[in-house]
Design a protein around this ligand. Structure first.
Ligand SMILES: *[C@@H]1O[C@H](CO)[C@@H](O)[C@H](O)[C@H]1NC(C)=O
Ligand SMILES: *[C@@H]1O[C@H](CO)[C@@H](O)[C@H](O)[C@H]1NC(C)=O
Ligand SMILES: *[C@@H]1O[C@H](CO)[C@@H](O)[C@H](O)[C@H]1NC(C)=O
Ligand SMILES: *[C@@H]1O[C@H](CO)[C@@H](O)[C@H](O)[C@H]1NC(C)=O
Ligand SMILES: *[C@@H]1O[C@H](CO)[C@@H](O)[C@H](O)[C@H]1NC(C)=O
Length: 631
């Protein structure tokens, strides 16, 4: 029967293993009380886990980590979704972690620039737009940027545009004959004529966000270009105000407003310099308002900028409600901003309700007071009262058999099953979790990349060379580069002249990299300094399962790394030996060494340091190492 399943159905069943085996449940997220219903979704009568599939438009798409771009599925780890008001478009091979949108096309702002909705290759780190093209301000000139832009090579700092010609304003004059013709002539001793010279053609454009604007006639406020009405104007939010007659007022909520100088708020704000160094944020998320220099949602918290507090017997909620209220503690009790009459025995607050801990039948779970509860009831992790002697509570689901273990919202039998991210699987030898799936850790055809499981069978012989790049599987047949830092790992299509600097992929013509930091400017010496943080997950068994160290970074100096709590591991015979004192790893080329986090643990050997992106704790890492190597 199993032999007859089509490949598609088989992969469906593998993906939805829990559908066959158990019900949909979710991993108790570390620390947090995550509601298992968050990831559980229903699509036309089929349950799916939103970590393993997505519904875009009217279709269900199976795959880990997918999101929707309009009605298209895409993986933000390898692609970017750019949206306009009416359209959405996916750009493949560029992760959202490192991309910017230019209209409907995504680009890498490190090496490219968006000019007039067109992606242009940067010629310099400080490149600016000239029409749809990029130019290097230091070496080139953009002539007639507003009407008919042309980029010309600057031959000296004295060169200026004369329509689409260049002239040296110290020795030459630019004559405008008519709308289409100009002439460059030697400068006579008395200087250039009125209709010629630099003033008519001086570059008067600046950049405002991704737009260019005329600095003489327009202003850039917020990221908006607005017409300049007078020389006495300054920005106020995304508008302008006349500083001779008005001031820019910052209300408690919302964006700043222009007000006549006579208005009361001008007296207050005049203490604050008008040229506020930090513009107020534009709170673009729906339902958000400005609070000082940040945005907030009034439904979630309050803006406490102007809160006045009184020292005694004030009843104010932790959220800093309107005005705190004064009360008498002999007759009343204050619970989370609410004043209630004091009754005998009241000694506790449950949210905003007072109660007495000696009262029978009361149970306070997650700030909600439950009445008429039986003796012996407790709060479950999800904050629901239940009696442990009568059953097991898995999240908010009650199972009428006491003393069970939970896997998501279900009970499970650890002797017969393994629980991966809230999904149960029958126990087998060498079975380990990878995200919400279970796999045979000795199976060379399976690879776990940061919680996403990949079947390498379709790669054939190349499967053994497949590596992880964060949660993405790098296809060894494709020309791809994985750039990784302590925070991210990003896959890029390979390009000549480009290198990794942490998780960024830079054009070495524009940038140089040292110890994970990019600096403008081409490195002159031969060779390009690249640096990336290697992953222990990408070591072949033969490299991994030999003598290797694990330790905590204590300090990093110019040319060495100091490790403490070092253990020497040997995967061949499964031995662990503590290394007395410190271990110093020399790093002769500081520039090729990535940033390590002091206090975090890493694997290392004589030359390289490896991070374990798959596991968060040392015990998980060690368990992986010995499981993998002892086989
Ligand atoms: C969608 O993105 C691709 C890749 O970046 C680009 O080539 C294409 O022009 C975009 N489509 C539209 C309609 O802009
Ligand atoms: C700028 O890029 C263009 C191609 O886009 C190239 O022809 C030109 O040589 C570059 N200029 C500099 C200064 O590198
Ligand atoms: C501008 O001047 C040039 C040369 O003097 C002439 O050939 C051309 O016709 C003129 N164009 C216009 C629009 O007057
Ligand atoms: C795990 O994989 C190894 C190697 O492919 C295989 O020999 C073994 O039978 C598998 N174990 C189980 C329980 O499937
Ligand atoms: C483990 O094996 C390696 C090589 O086979 C050997 O050098 C090392 O001494 C062994 N360690 C112990 C504690 O036996």
């Amino acid at each position: 029967m199993h032999q007859k399943l089509s490949n598609m159905l088989l992969s469906w069943m593998i993906t939805f293993g829990w559908l066959i085996y158990g019900s949909i449940t979710v991993e108790p997220a570390l620390g947090a009380n995550k509601n298992p219903n968050c990831d559980r979704k229903l699509f036309h009568g089929t349950m799916y886990d939103s970590r393993e599939a997505v519904v875009c438009g009217t279709r269900l798409h199976v795959g880990a980590g997918l999101s929707c771009c309009g009605d298209q599925p895409f993986n933000p780890a390898t692609a970017t979704c750019c949206k306009t008001e009416h359209e959405a478009n996916v750009t493949q091979d560029l992760s959202e972690k490192v991309s910017t949108c230019c209209g409907l096309t995504a680009f890498n702002a490190l090496n490219e620039i968006c000019c007039d909705s067109t992606v242009a290759v940067k010629n310099a780190t400080t490149a600016e737009c000239c029409g749809k093209a990029a130019y290097d301000k230091d070496k080139q000139l953009c002539c007639r940027p507003d009407s008919d832009p042309v980029i010309l090579e600057k031959t000296s700092p004295h060169h200026r545009c004369c329509r689409h010609k260049l002239y040296d304003f110290t020795t030459q004059c630019c004559h405008w004959k008519n709308d289409t013709h100009v002439e460059v002539k030697p400068k006579p001793p008395k200087g250039c004529d009125g209709n010629s010279g630099a003033t008519a053609v001086k570059t008067t454009h600046g950049t405002c966000g991704q737009k260019t604007y005329n600095t003489h006639t327009e202003m850039c406020c917020g990221s908006l270009v607005i017409p300049k009405m007078s020389a006495k104007e300054r920005c106020c939010g995304e508008g302008a105000y006349n500083y001779a007659t008005e001031c820019c007022c910052w209300p408690d909520h919302g964006p700043p407003e222009r007000k006549p100088k006579t208005s009361p708020c001008c007296a207050v704000t005049s203490v604050v310099p008008h040229l506020t160094p930090e513009p107020p944020p534009s709170c673009s998320e729906p339902n958000t308002h400005v609070c000082g220099s940040s945005c907030y949602n009034p439904n979630e918290r309050r803006c406490c900028e102007r809160k006045e507090t009184k020292p005694h017997w004030c009843c104010a909620s932790g959220q800093c409600d309107a005005a705190p209220t004064v009360y008498n503690p002999h007759t009343h009790v204050c619970c989370d901003g609410c004043i209630s009459e004091l009754k005998p025995g009241m000694d506790q607050c449950c949210g905003d309700t007072p109660y007495g801990s000696a009262q029978r039948g009361l149970l306070c779970c997650h700030n909600v007071l439950y009445k008429d509860r039986e003796d012996g009831e407790e709060c479950s992790d999800a904050g629901i009262p239940y009696n442990p002697a009568k059953g097991t509570m898995c999240y908010s689901q009650f199972h009428a058999s006491p003393g069970q273990h939970c896997c998501g919202a279900e009970v499970y039998r650890p002797l017969e099953e393994i629980c991966c991210g809230g999904h149960r699987y029958p126990k087998r030898e060498n079975l380990q979790c990878c995200g919400v799936k279970a796999y045979n850790i000795t199976d060379p055809n399976m690879k776990c990349c940061k919680g996403t499981l990949y079947d390498l069978t379709h790669l054939g012989n190349h499967g053994h060379d497949a590596k992880c790049c964060g949660s993405v599987l790098q296809n060894p047949q494709k020309q791809e580069v994985c750039c990784s830092s302590k925070d991210e790992a990003v896959l890029y299509p390979k390009k000549t002249g480009f290198g990794c600097c942490g998780h960024l992929y830079f054009n070495s013509f524009l940038w140089s990299c040292c110890a994970g930091v990019l600096r403008p400017g081409h490195k002159q010496q031969s060779g390009m300094n690249e640096c990336r943080l290697l992953s222990v997950n990408n070591l072949k068994d033969t490299e991994l399962c030999r003598e290797i160290y694990i330790g905590t970074v204590e300090s990093v100096s110019l040319n060495s790394i100091l490790f403490r709590n070092v253990l020497k591991l040997d995967g061949r015979n499964g031995t662990v030996q503590p290394v007395p004192f410190h271990h110093i790893l020399m790093t002769p080329n500081r520039c090729t060494t990535t940033k390590l986090i002091v206090g975090k643990f890493y694997f290392f050997h004589d030359v390289n340091v490896f991070a374990d992106f798959n596991h968060d704790t040392v015990i998980q890492s060690l368990h992986f190492f010995f499981s993998k190597c002892s086989l």
